[in-house]
Design a protein around this ligand. Sequence first.
Ligand code: UDP
Ligand code: MG
Length: 337
Amino acid sequence: MTGQNAAAHERVLRYSLVIPVYNEEAMLPLLLHRIVKLLDQLDGSAEAIFVDDGSHDTGSIFLRGAVRIDSRLRLIELSRNFGHQIAITAGMNAARGEAVVVMDADLQDPPEVVLELIAKWKEGFDVVYARRILRQGETLFKRATANLYYRVLSAMTTVPIPRDVGDFRLVSRQALDAFKSMPESDRFVRGMFAWIGFRQAEVLFERPPRMAGETKYPLWKMVKLAIHGMLSFSEKPLRMALWAGLTICFLAISFGIYAVIFKLLGGAMVDGWASTVVLVSFLSGINLFMTGVVGLYVGGIHAEVKRRPLYIVAHDTGRQTEVAATGTQTGHRNVAS
Ligand code: UDP
Ligand code: MG
């Protein structure tokens, strides 16, 4: 919070790059080279913020040295490993740019693509996703699971979370302020940016293999992120219990009626079997139904405790005439909080 407030008073830059770094020492010299090259190419004042997410290697020593030499670089070292999503949030809170780009440290998000993102931003888009069309060097398993996951996620959530989009994206200052107005502590960044709305666009790029080091997303972390995404953006699993319970009750009653008619018409059935089946399935149906009901309340509480803003205003035209003269990217726009 204090970092956020402090950043607001500092001079505003045109571009910020936010790069989460976790045990990437093998990557850093090359990364730095490419980032500095990118900063040189940008058409305005820029900063690159490295967020060291509690690395256990010597990477931060290297980065500290780099920051001392180049004033456009900044290093934020978290006190321990808080995870990728939190590291991104820390960097974004510190960013001072009018346009803020988040990218991975392993050069899987090529710096050249940033120029394309910026071009889209200049067209007036507030959130520009980089969407991968090819994932080189990633195992078939990772590609297949990622694919399946995006399918399930988009079927489950109410806000459309774009497929094949990681955290590589550019956001305008206005979108960033909206993002910052979401105080939830469990942060699924890509879902949150889908939630805030605004004009969103995408840029396609080929995702090259990791240059060095190994993925910091082993299977269990991927599963954790996946579950996290579903839970924080969907109540569908809770509703599923409700509907399953109702369906089972309905089937139990239908079967009961069928059994009675069958018996009345003189059909032969094992004594006591039908009534036992009807009772057991009816009761478990009720049980499931009630679980679903409780789930909906829990879902309601979950939504409340996130304390998200109710809405976000994109434009507020005609309120004060002197404000209307400013351009789209630097315009004064309001964020409800
Ligand atoms: N990362 C991080 N904290 C973590 C895990 C990863 O800051 O706990 C960073 C990592 O250094 C990299 C980015 O997040 O810059 C993406 O991680 P990685 O490349 O391992 O993920 P993948 O591309 O394999 O999905
Ligand atoms: Mg990677």
